[in-house]
Write a protein that binds this ligand. Structure first.
Ligand code: ZN
Length: 147
């Protein structure tokens, strides 16, 4: 996992980061208070974004990454090339949860798909960006080719 500043990223990566940060603004997280925004670049060059949406029973919560992937699939595209996820984590960084890693795996163009973890400070400004590959986040993974 590599640490970056926004300026070090490519123009496309910067767009993804900004879209993820913007999507986080729409998060509905009254129970956890943990707002998440995600944006992905599909194989056709289109960006899809989403946020987490919680429910009072907690089990109905949908994750930002899943929402962005669902939007991509709904548009008719099945492969993503990159994803950025924006959070404000107490630990200073956060990457997609295990469920989302598996969902990214399902639709990733390959194991080298880049995932950018964007950590925001309390004012909502970008503090740090961590870049990782899907292979690093989910080694020895299970996928469609195994069935
Ligand atoms: Zn998740």
């Amino acid at each position: 996992m590599e640490k970056h500043s926004l300026a070090e990223l490519s123009e496309t990566e910067q767009r993804l980061v900004r879209e993820a940060v913007a999507a986080r603004q729409s998060a509905y997280a009254p129970y956890s208070g943990f707002k998440v925004g995600a944006a992905l670049l599909d194989e056709k060059g289109v960006i899809h974004s989403s946020c987490n949406i919680e429910g009072a029973d907690y089990t109905l919560t949908t994750h930002a990454e899943m929402g962005a992937i669902n939007a991509m699939v709904r548009s008719g595209v099945l492969r993503l090339k990159r994803m950025a996820v924006a959070v404000q984590a107490k630990t200073g960084w956060a990457m997609p949860c295990g469920l989302c890693r598996q969902k990214i795996r399902e639709f990733a163009a390959g194991p080298d798909v880049e995932v950018l973890g964007v950590n925001l400070d309390e004012a909502g400004n970008i503090r740090e960006i961590y870049a990782s590959t899907l292979e690093e986040l989910l080694p020895y993974s299970f996928g469609p080719e195994h069935l």
